[in-house]
Design a protein around this ligand. Structure first.
Ligand code: F0G
Length: 482
């Protein structure tokens, strides 16, 4: 593992890349940010980037691409069928993920649509370590249900457990016995479990899940969208693998799964997605659905230029200097916030720093969406756009009742190689100020609630004039500073 020590003893995540293409940012005055919030229904998805300073909404499609990825895009083969770009991607998938059959899909959720369409029926139950929003939406659309099987430790936000994404093996076996293996088309394991704070599973746990899957003859599906980072944390935290390469760790993980699918928007710092397997029967089950929903089998709705970038990006996943960058900045921010008393998800995971809104906004009931309120308040006072990962992101149950999330988090995504350390320090500074003024944050209520994936386009409003009061306090403390 590569580590660089500083003479003065400070623990600084040193960038091992240089910046060669830049994009100008805009930090607009707080009055404009308040207007933008009202225009965007207090939903950070609906903000325009012209009002956003640091875009920490997601790492999806926003990781910085490398010079080699950009160069590869120029050699794309624009054929409808039989494109050489696809051949290069197939080779990369086989080399990196160890699977010979590849089905392209335009992004991760499209891969989920194909897998659930093929295997999920009314009465199906899908055990998983934890759901992702789009995964759950697809499974319920096709009449299935999910069951989440984490250990209790995973729900403890302030923890030092290295693998909170582990699946509870005892519960898994119990669920299979109760529901019957025939009603369980697959078990799903999500690498770097997104919604609990980007927390990894261990390879030992994955092997244990595989053993149960074998015992009952159930397929194992691996969501590999955040596989590189999970592999990096295995390297750092799982003793058996401390001398392994990222490539060996990745292959060990993908080897255990019958189906591996991914959002290339995350995994390979490009845009696209895919499903891969070594099982020809599975390939045949899914094959016909790709041209139906996505596009022909050698592009699957992805631009061939992006396919070239995906292929190179997959190989770059094996480079520790690429993969360590986001987790090490996240660790830096989490530790800094923690030191300042701001409640954050610990240990630091991947994808972003996750701030605990349930604790920060303990005065706001879950029915008034504390995480949504905190995300809006942070944007107001800093121009930093995070993402609500709490009850707004949950879906109503089959009877239309509100379901409250286990955790109310605001995710501050740190895409690979996008931000500088001074920008991370700005986030630390503003988030700490907000924490110290947290009693000024108030609740939200829906004014427009779409029936599916409501968090994307839903509109909310503040329950009273708390945003104006928060702005007044900001101006009192920061004067004319942006
Ligand atoms: N699975 C996981 C674990 C994800 O994090 C995502 C997307 C998907 C599947 C769906 O992939 O967006 O390409 O359709 N996560 C993004 C995020 C949206 O912001 O965390 P997609």
């Amino acid at each position: 593992m590569q580590e660089i020590k500083f003479y003065n003893g400070e623990n600084i995540p040193l960038e091992l890349h240089k910046v060669r293409v830049v994009q100008k940012l805009h930090l607009v005055p707080i009055e404009r940010r308040l207007e933008a919030l009202y225009e965007g229904g207090f939903n950070t998805f609906r903000l325009s980037t012209k009002d956003v300073f640091l875009d920490m909404l997601t790492d999806s499609g926003t990781n910085a691409m490398s010079d080699n990825q950009m160069a590869a895009m120029m050699q794309a083969d624009d054929a409808y069928a039989g494109s050489q770009s696809f051949v290069r991607l197939q080779k990369a998938v086989e080399d990196v993920l160890g699977k010979k059959y590849l089905l392209p899909a335009h992004q991760g959720r499209a891969a989920e649509n194909i897998i659930t369409n093929a295997y999920v029926r009314k009465g199906s139950l899908i055990p998983m370590n934890y759901h992702f929003t789009t995964t759950m939406a697809h499974i319920t659309q096709y009449g299935g249900k999910i069951v989440e099987l984490l250990y209790d430790e995973a729900y403890k936000l302030n923890s030092d457990h290295p693998f909170k994404g582990n699946m509870n093996i005892e519960k898994l076996e119990e669920v299979i016995k109760v529901h019957g293996a025939k009603n369980i088309p697959f078990i799903r394991m999500e690498a770097s479990t997104n919604l609990i704070g980007g927390q990894p599973f261990s390879i030992q746990n994955l092997r244990d899940v595989r053993a149960i899957a074998d015992k009952y003859g159930i397929r194992l599906v691996l969501d590999a969208s955040l596989l590189g980072e999970n592999a990096y944390l295995v390297l750092k935290r799982e003793k058996e693998f401390q001398n392994s390469s990222l490539g060996e760790i990745i292959k060990t993980m993908t080897d255990t799964a019958d189906i591996v699918y991914f959002s290339a928007r995350k995994l390979s710092s490009s845009r696209g997605g895919g499903i891969c397997t070594n099982d020809i029967t599975i390939y045949r089950d899914l094959e016909a659905l790709v041209p139906l929903f996505e596009g022909f089998l050698t592009y699957g709705g992805i631009s061939v230029r992006e396919i070239e970038a995906m292929a190179v990006g997959l190989y770059e996943t094996l480079d520790e200097t690429v993969i360590c960058q986001s987790p090490s900045f996240i660790e830096y921010l989490v530790n800094a916030l923690d030191k300042n008393g701001v409640p954050v998800v610990k240990p630091a995971g991947v994808l972003g720093a996750h701030v605990n809104a349930m604790e920060i906004c303990s005065h706001i009931p879950q029915s008034q969406y504390p995480a949504g309120a905190l995300a809006a308040a942070l944007f107001l006072i800093s121009g930093v756009r995070g993402m609500e990962r709490g009850s707004v992101s949950n879906q109503r149950d089959e009877y239309g009742n509100e379901t409250y999330a286990d955790m109310e988090l605001v995710r501050l995504a740190i895409p690979r190689r996008v931000f500088t350390l001074s920008q991370i320090k700005y986030v630390e500074d503003r988030m700490t100020w907000l924490y110290n003024n947290r009693e000024l944050i108030g609740g939200l209520r829906f004014v427009y609630e779409p029936p599916v994936l409501r968090f994307f386009m839903g509109g909310l409003e503040p329950v009273n004039d708390w945003p104006e009061k928060l702005m007044a306090k900001f101006k009192e403390d920061f004067g004319e500073s942006l």
